[in-house]
Design a protein around this ligand. Sequence first.
Ligand code: ADP
Ligand code: MG
Length: 270
Amino acid sequence: MNSVIPTTTVNKSKSLEQNRYRVVRVDSDEAARTNPTLQQVILQASKVTKAYKRHNMKVDVLKGVDFQAEEGKITAIVGQSGSGKSTLLHLLGTLDRPDSGEIYFNQQRIDNVSNRQRDQFRNTKLGMIFQFYHLLPELTLLENILAPALIGHGIWGYWSKRSAIVERAKELARTVGLDHRLHHKPNQLSGGEMQRTAIARALIASPTLLLADEPTGNLDQETGTSILNILRNLNEQHGLTIVMVTHDESIAGQCDALVRLKGGRVEKLK
Ligand SMILES: Nc1ncnc2c1ncn2[C@@H]1O[C@H](COP(=O)(O)OP(=O)(O)O)[C@@H](O)[C@H]1O
Ligand SMILES: [Mg+2]
């Protein structure tokens, strides 16, 4: 299990903080032993609720969502427009907080942590891609891929590691088949190329988890399939865990696991 929970025995003379950590660790190890499926769960939502206010009316969107994504798999989330798919994905990615319930990454709470811990999770473990790519129009493809590294490392950290980071960005551009487009700006790229750039950008910090909100929603069938193939390659060759919201039934059918969001709850289809 690629877990933050260590397995070595803790020296009894260590600090209270470490001993408290030990209690969590033993409980988790015990739970993993007695429930083999738990060993593979990388992302989990438990009894999650979320409501929005609209015209002074409360709209309950998520009404107790239980969701699990297993490590190394591609999990698809389907559901009608407005069923709360993006809302759930945003909560899983710590872009927003649930009203109640809990969210765990590698068995550690991520929904109620400090802003610093949340930023660290986002900067090191998580990549996100969206239907409309969200590239910065003034930057070239290469600069767009590099942007999160600049933010994540800070300007001095970035400059000290610049050549390694640029090399990684170029390698990612190669992985998504865009190494011949490094100095083009987004308005010189097709939709599929923009999404491939967004995938490379999401992977610059080598995250373990990619959350994708309708990544093929704005693309034709053939381009959408090519994006899915890239995601599948990243999953198979680099062990990237992917949770993907999609409208496209043929794409959903090709994923390893499939859930539907309906009536504010999640039902497992596959
Ligand atoms: N920030 C918000 N403020 C108010 N209502 C919202 C907000 N975000 C989403 N909603 C509402 O929540 C419901 C679910 O939205 P969303 O999660 O975007 O659905 P989906 O992604 O499945 O289409 C919709 O009715 C939407 O209008
Ligand atoms: Mg949506």
